[in-house]
Design a protein around this ligand. Structure first.
Ligand SMILES: [Ca+2]
Ligand SMILES: [Ca+2]
Length: 651
């Protein structure tokens, strides 16, 4: 890297003056001190009069550093966006109220510097990550490549330092973006020219247009405007034409955000405005994400949906939408809520068949007696949002974490409930966790390494160490997924029924010293569990070793004799043997049944107390978008925020 900076001061309006000095950077230590201390751009209002603001923005120093993508030019905490060549360069964006055509920005003065570079700034292509084995992997780049070809963020790259473009409408207020691109890369001279400071004149309307009224921006939007005192005007949207109801048929949209068995009776349906009298209940069908789900409908054989009849189905929260693209995103980035559609009145719906689970075999040699099975639990709390300033806002990335992170020298414990571990089992407990680096190298490439130890009830495994103090390979804002399984798993002998402790310890032994901070995304524990219900419910599989054989299941721990048993997606199992027993002066019930499972089979046994009601449901007119459009009906649009909202700080 050449240690030469060039400083230029250019006055654009009024008297034109140009001074450039070429001096070694070591002399500049004093001059650039303020700039080096700056993390975020500093916005000053120099002048304010009707319809006009003069503002000055001082930028942090630009700093090149090496990364897996090549040289990165960073400027404080500014996000980087690809320029017309796909090179990631810092951008400063402020939301401003109004339409671009009514707003104008002129550059009055710039204070620039030049940074010659040996290397071309890196282009971003794909989300790089480091695997648990220490290899640098690339996520499939066909999905997230941010080169110019696939970069579809519709902003014209202007030759001006500052520009304004339309963003959209939020609660009736038209919004624009004031964008300053403080770094330019000149491929020919191999120099980056960057702003140290810029002074702008911003002109804006002072009075509302006809049909508009003066308004105030919401608090969340105000933080995105950088406190620029611009007036905001809101208009009212034209009302949509009334919906056509003549040919519409009603369906029930059911919202579910938890895995469980859902129970719906005639009273529930009435509360959502649905009356199935006169409907043949055998035509009731349930769909989720375009696929029909077999359900159980009690009392449908008589062709009438009567008072005591009900519908039961297995519902799941929305997970795994992006897991193939990025395994750290377990849930859905936008919602946990899954939608199940209930419809009726057409052809017969798919049903869970009734299957007998009667105990038919008593010869121990002719059956497999189930004692424990691998039970999977995923723990994730999304309490803390981190924008991850070093990660491209356009990459598919988890941004929600348990808390604000574990800092060097700290141990954080996460207490979790694990029902009935089989502490005598020979199989080990699998622990899998997704961690994220929060701290990153400074402008000189120092201090970005991470090191963490994960444990379960204070038991470690070599597979539960992330990064290291020596040849460190976990650096910056990248994720790791640790996976201790098989022989590297944890012994189940130190698990307990009830509260167990998952811990993360970050030692002070990397180049980041006491600043090293990592974030917990989620962790998963798969352990041998006994066939015992917890809170009147158990979700279970046959033991791993039971292949092509009759399996004898005995499940204890229910508080009621009304135990329902389902094989998920296939059947409701009847004729199981339910018997009371005494434990600690309480009457409990156990269920005994036999089944010959094929393939991957999952079961659930539960009492009515453990059945769930949907989060909510609403009757919705059944018409597709196209037929509604042609009928002139009302359409609700889903509006998704531009990445600009993410790029502007403080969201
Ligand atoms: Ca009936
Ligand atoms: Ca998360």
């Amino acid at each position: 890297m050449k240690i030469l900076n060039t400083f230029c001061k250019v006055k654009v309006s009024g008297i034109f003056a140009l001074t450039c000095i070429l001096i070694p950077a070591v002399w500049l230590a004093g001059i650039a001190q303020d700039q080096l201390l700056l993390r975020s751009p500093e916005l000053k209002i120099l002048e304010r009069k009707a319809g006009e603001l003069v503002v000055q923005v001082n930028f942090p120093a630009v700093q090149p550093r090496s990364s897996a993508f090549g040289t990165i030019l960073s400027m404080g905490d500014l996000p980087r966006i690809p320029d017309s060549r796909g090179q990631l360069l810092p951008a400063y964006r402020l939301l401003i109220p109004g339409q671009a055509k009514n707003l104008s920005v002129r550059v009055i003065e710039t204070d620039t510097a030049i940074l010659p570079l040996d290397q071309t700034p890196g282009t971003f292509s794909g989300d790089q990550r480091i695997s648990a084995s220490g290899q640098l992997d690339s996520m499939p780049s066909d999905r997230k490549s941010l080169t110019t070809k696939s970069f579809n963020f519709n902003v014209s790259v202007s030759a001006d330092w500052a520009s304004i473009y339309n963003l959209g409408r939020y609660r009736g207020v038209l919004l624009s973006v004031l964008q300053i691109q403080p770094v330019r890369w000149n491929e020919r001279t191999h120099e980056a020219t960057y702003l140290r400071s810029i002074t702008l004149r911003l002109q804006h309307p002072t009075d509302p247009q006809p049909g508009q009224r003066r308004t105030t921006l919401s608090a969340s939007l105000r933080t995105l405007t950088g406190s620029l005192p611009l007036p905001a005007f809101a208009g009212t949207l034209p009302l949509p034409p009334p919906a056509s109801t003549s040919t519409a048929q009603t369906r029930l949209k059911i919202y579910v955000s938890e895995d469980g068995l859902y129970h719906i009776n005639a009273g529930d349906l009435a509360s959502w405005g649905v009356n199935l009298s006169g409907v043949d209940p055998r035509t009731i069908r349930l769909e989720n994400r375009g696929e029909e789900q077999p359900i159980y409908v009690f009392g449908e054989a008589d062709g009438r949906f009567d008072e005591g009849d009900y519908i039961e189905f297995w519902g799941e929260k929305l997970i795994g939408t992006y897991i193939d693209q990025n395994p750290e995103i377990y849930g859905d980035l936008y919602t946990d809520v899954n939608v199940y559609w209930l419809s009726w009145g057409e052809s017969l719906g798919a049903r869970l068949i009734e299957e007998s689970g009667e105990v038919v075999e008593v010869d121990e040699l002719k059956m497999f007696r189930a004692t424990s099975y691998p039970y999977f639990t995923h723990f994730e709390e999304n309490n803390y949002y981190d924008r991850l300033s070093q990660v491209s806002p356009d990459s598919l990335k988890e941004h929600w974490y348990y808390d604000n992170g574990v800092k060097a020298s700290q141990t954080r414990n996460y207490l979790v409930h694990l029902p009935y571990p089989d502490t005598d089992a020979l199989t080990k407990t699998r622990v899998r966790t997704a961690l994220m680096g929060q701290t990153y190298p400074d402008d000189y490439g120092q201090g970005g390494y991470h090191h963490a130890y994960v444990s379960l009830n204070d038991q470690n495994s070599p597979a539960l160490e992330a990064g290291s103090s020596g040849a460190s390979w976990w650096v910056g804002q990248t994720g790791v997924i640790l996976d201790a399984q098989g022989d590297e798993g944890i012994s189940p002998s130190n698990l307990v029924h009830g509260t167990n402790q998952f811990s993360i310890f970050v030692p002070v032994d990397t180049d980041a010293g006491e600043y090293d901070t990592i974030l917990l995304n989620w962790f998963e524990i798969t352990y041998p569990r006994l066939y015992k219900a917890d809170a009147d419910l158990i979700r279970f599989t046959p033991p791993d070793a039971a292949v092509d054989t009759l399996v004898d299941f005995k499940i204890e721990g229910f508080s009621s004799s009304q135990i329902d048993l389902f094989k998920l997606g296939q059947s409701k199992i009847i004729n199981a043997e339910i018997t009371p027993y005494q434990t600690q002066n309480q009457t409990r019930y156990k269920i005994h049944f036999q089944d010959r499972p094929y393939g991957d089979r999952e079961y659930i046994a539960l009492t009515p107390a453990a059945k769930l009601a949907p989060d909510s449901a609403s009757a919705v007119e059944n018409a597709d978008l196209l037929s509604r459009l042609s009928a002139g009906g009302a359409i609700k649009l889903l509006v998704i925020a531009s990445p600009v909202f993410e790029n502007v700080q403080a969201l």
